[in-house]
Design a protein around this ligand. Structure first.
Ligand code: F6R
Length: 364
């Protein structure tokens, strides 16, 4: 049942190229996205002016990444909210809003409550859901099904990755329906999304290098993840993967926030993992890496092939294939998933069933 892998998590990590392709193919035909199955028409997409993305945990991190992509490609305003906060807030939702609930299980209590509260206020809702026929899938006005298949490992990997794809495709179709993107750009970005599976394969072929680095992390007590923009969203996910299965205290910070407090935690040997895939933000984040290194941090850089100058600063560098920066998160998250996995294995933990956690959180 684990297909020859030692754990479901590793199996699911390896399934990502396939399930991403399946999810793309479910709505992309002949280079065009069709949301007929989702039920969102181009007219709907033209009428919407704000998007609220509401979710918990890793699905919330997907929302963070999707936010940057939607903002880059469209004139929509986007907010990302934790479901457990959203449901108790007194937010003033405008009628021309769309509330997007992202949930693998479709049963997360807070996400379901947030969905119901949006519906009660007469706001249009869209579920990005993996489990067919789940509560959120049944109750949302529209559903985009991710085709990750059953996810057994408590720590999500393949569902997360297909949710990201759903976010990219939504962003692109909003841009198209609203005439905010040229035909050429649209076609080239779809082509780019189609390259994600093979690029993930490439990263997975090189997993021994991550495994080797992970053995060095088995004894650490804290880890910090930093990044800006999409790299920050991915840092949040890398940090969660690390803490939930390796039981290592880890935090993700927007790199620019370091000097507003967290840098005081950096001492000799503190591990800082820095995600740097966005060209516009590259120099800024590297300067933060220099700052922590000068205070004794052990710095890992996660960047794109070609950025070899990273090695002047980082003690260890992991490269991902070149990709349009909008979608680089789909690649940079893979080494971070592997790192969480290998550190947990190295510590002898029950990777697929971390303590105190359940696959689906159906209570508040
Ligand atoms: C982390 C993880 C959780 C879930 C969260 C939401 O690896 O799996 O953080 O992402 O509990 O669950 P769903 O997506 O089922 O609503």
């Amino acid at each position: 049942e684990k297909g020859g892998y030692e754990h479901f998590m590793l199996k699911e990590i390896h399934e990502q190229p396939k399930v991403i392709m399946d999810t793309i193919n479910s709505v992309v035909k002949d280079g065009q996205i069709s949301f007929e199955s989702v039920g969102l028409t181009d007219d709907d997409m033209r009428e919407i002016e704000q998007i609220y993305i509401v979710a918990c945990g890793s699905a919330y991190h997907v929302g963070m990444a999707a936010q940057y992509v939607i903002e880059e490609l469209t004139s929509l305003s986007v907010r990302v909210e934790l479901a457990s906060e959203f449901r108790y807030r007194k937010m003033k939702l405008k009628k021309d809003s769309l509330v997007i609930i992202i949930s693998q299980s479709g049963e997360t209590a807070d996400s379901l409550a947030a969905l119901r509260s949006a519906k009660e206020q007469g706001i249009k809702t869209l579920g990005i859901v993996n489990v067919v026929g789940s509560s959120i899938a049944r109750e949302a006005d529209n559903v985009f099904y991710t085709l990750a298949g059953p996810e057994i490992s408590v720590a999500t990997t393949k569902a997360y990755s297909t949710q990201l794809i759903a976010g990219y495709l939504l962003a692109l179709q909003f841009a198209k329906a609203r005439e905010e993107i040229s035909e050429d750009k649209y076609a080239s970005l779809i082509a780019e999304i189609n390259t994600i599976p093979e690029k993930i394969e490439k990263i997975l072929e090189d997993k021994e290098r991550i495994q080797w680095f992970s053995t060095k992390l088995v004894g650490i007590k804290d880890a910090f993840f930093i990044g800006r923009g999409i790299d920050y969203a991915i840092s949040l996910e890398g940090s969660l993967k690390m803490k939930e299965i390796s039981y290592i205290h880890s935090e993700a910070y927007a790199a620019g926030e370091l000097k507003h407090g967290p840098i005081s935690l950096i001492e000799d040997g503190t591990v800082v993992i820095s995600v740097v895939t966005q060209p516009e933000l590259y120099e800024k984040t590297v300067s933060n890496m220099v700052e922590v290194k000068s205070r004794g941090a052990h710095v890992m850089g996660l960047t794109t092939y070609g950025n070899y100058a990273m090695e002047d600063t980082a003690d260890f560098t992991v490269y991902i294939p070149k990709m349009d920066p909008l979608f680089a998160g789909s690649l940079s998250v893979i080494p971070l998933q592997l790192m969480g996995y290998y550190v947990s294995v190295g510590k002898g933990f029950d990777v697929d069933k971390p303590r105190n956690l359940a696959k689906s959180v159906t209570v508040e």
